[in-house]
Design a protein around this ligand. Structure first.
Ligand code: GLU
Length: 550
């Protein structure tokens, strides 16, 4: 045994597998040319946030557009920052937003696929096998520096304007001998295992980022940590081993990682792996006092996807909106194919924005109105009821009192070629449909200002006599028109416009009077349909009350 092999045995005596073993059990994937294998690798240190959802979507549509695979891997190497229920929230969240997971954690408790385990804490032996290989090649070594020692070095570096970090002459244990290491271990000193970087700051590396294009950076010369003192790897090392063995072709991740690429490329090279294609995605931004800044988990409620659920945004709306951020071509696709599955959209990651797109809630509301307008009445009622059950219990009780009635309410102006686009999120629905439920209906006297109260009253009294609940839309309007002449109103709009002085108002004004009397509002969907759904008793009662209150 040479000294490197002795060091490897000293530090990792229990590792008896070899990289060749793992290469053979995780063979190259049998996929068609061009199929991309992509993943998200969330750390369960918080709840699902918009950035992770966006990243998952971009990965998902990359796999969809190339016939590839999208998998999830849980990066739980930072046990101190892990939160209870983090994995559940992230995985269930993706499922709820309709992001299909082909492999990895397909539910919070179920792992699927031949490249697992898909949780880093279950892969310690694999990482250690590869660290052992680097040790045997003299490319890694133990470092016994304490946190205090490292911070003293850093302070000195800062004071002397030297690049901080564990590199070159500051890499204290770079040349530690087996005997020295053995002595320190016997004394019970904790240690990490570091890479012995063969790089130099003088050299440049180049890589072709799938989004940002050609990138040039200094080569890594830092002896960064591969395994922490508890034998658990750092992100950098786990990334190289996992993305290689899981046969990831494209690493699509947040651009906060771009500065680590020199470390990653070096690791892939030293381990004998082919590096993946890196695609660094700019974060979603927010405008604050005229300046763009990254959306922040701490400052912005919309950073947590729970915000969207609480507001009652349908998950489909959020995804549709994120698609418009992912690709500027998506809106054209959607216009041309209003009801097509988003999977049919050919996504080209190369065209993603290099600087972060702005989060625009108004745009989300618009997109969402379109999405909600495509739902059937049954879908609306189902989704709305589910939402109200959790977030608006009083409305939930009203909605579920008479399900057939509720369905008819939300069928108004919906089962037609051009459904109204006036609900963006479920927390608007109660106000939107309030007048359809006696519990929320608020009478109003807000009749058109240019009409006399006596004319309003006369019209409502006359209408009450002729009203028939079985009228079709045409018959309904014909009745209002018939009342025009006797009351001094114009039945014909053109005639009214040409000769305003001759009339008190138009048939349109009279419909407005009826609308206010029945709904308490000036703007509503089709009034005839509303009256049909409300039914005779309610309509008559409301007309009577309006007459009494004038
Ligand atoms: N665990 C890393 C994170 O949550 C994953 C980054 C990556 O996709 O490689 O930021």
């Amino acid at each position: 045994m040479n000294n490197f092999e002795r060091m490897a045995e000293l530090l990792l005596p229990n590792i008896d597998k070899t990289p060749e073993y793992y290469e053979s059990i995780y063979p190259a994937r049998d996929l068609p040319d061009g199929a991309r294998v992509v993943r998200i690798a969330p750390s369960p240190t918080g709840y699902l946030h918009l950035g992770t959802l966006f990243m998952a979507l971009v990965n998902r549509i990359t796999a969809d557009s190339t016939g590839g695979i999208f998998y999830t891997r849980i990066e739980d190497t930072d046990k101190k920052r892990e939160i209870d229920g983090g994995i559940d929230d992230i995985i269930n969240g993706l499922i709820r937003f309709g992001i299909n997971i082909d492999e990895g954690f397909v539910t919070p408790t179920e792992q699927k696929g031949n490249y697992g385990p898909y949780k880093q804490s279950e892969r310690a032996e694999i990482y250690q096998t590869y660290v052992k290989k680097l040790l045997m090649e003299g490319l890694a070594y133990p470092c016994f520096c304490t946190a205090e020692e490292l911070s003293i070095v850093r302070e000195n570096q800062e004071k002397n304007k030297i690049r901080t970090g564990y590199h070159g002459e500051y890499a204290k244990h770079r040349n530690i001998t087996v005997e020295e290491a053995e002595g320190l271990i016997k004394e019970g000193k904790p240690y990490v295992i570091r890479l012995k970087s063969p790089g130099s700051e003088e050299n440049r590396i180049f890589f072709d980022d799938g989004i940002k294009g050609k990138v040039e950076m200094p080569e890594n010369d830092e002896d960064f940590v591969l395994l922490k003192s508890d034998g658990i790897p750092t992100y950098h090392f786990a990334h190289a081993v996992d993305d290689h063995l899981m046969r990831t072709t494209h690493v699509i991740r947040g651009d906060e990682w771009i500065s680590s690429v020199p470390k990653h490329i070096q690791l892939f090279k030293l381990l004998g792996f082919k590096p993946p294609k890196y695609c660094h995605v700019a974060p979603i931004m927010k405008l604050e006092n005229g300046a763009k800044r990254k959306i922040s988990k701490r400052k912005d409620p919309e950073a947590a996807v729970h915000y969207f659920a609480e507001q009652g945004f349908d998950s489909k709306s959020v995804i549709e909106y994120l698609m418009t951020i992912a690709s500027s071509e998506f809106e054209d696709f959607r216009r041309a194919n209003p009801t097509e599955d988003r999977q049919k959209f050919k996504f080209n990651i190369k065209k993603m924005s290099v600087s972060g797109a702005l989060f625009d809630e108004n745009k989300l509301l618009d997109v969402s109105k379109n999405v909600v307008s495509t739902f059937t009445p049954d879908e609306v009622v189902e989704k709305l009821t589910l939402w109200a059950k959790e977030y608006e219990p009083d409305f939930y009780s009203v909605l579920t009192l008479n399900p057939d009635y509720t369905r008819s309410v939300f069928a108004i102006d919906r089962e037609c070629p051009k459904p109204r686009k006036d609900i963006a999120k479920w927390n608007e629905a109660k106000n939107y449909a309030a007048y359809m439920f006696d519990e929320y209906y608020v009478p109003s006297n807000d009749f058109p200002e240019h009409l006399n109260t006596s004319d309003i009253k006369a019209f409502l009294c006359a209408y009450r006599e002729v009203y028939s609940e079985t009228d079709t839309k045409e018959e309904w309007f014909a009745r209002i028109k018939e009342l025009c002449a006797p009351l001094g109103f114009a039945a014909d709009t053109k005639e009214y416009k040409a000769n305003r002085e001759a009339y008190k108002g138009s048939a349109g004004d009279l419909s407005s009077v009826l609308r206010v009397a029945i709904t308490g509002r000036k703007n509503t969907p089709d009034l005839c349909s509303i009256m049909q759904v409300l039914g005779k008793d309610k309509c008559v009662a409301r007309i009577n009350a309006a007459i009494d209150n004038i």
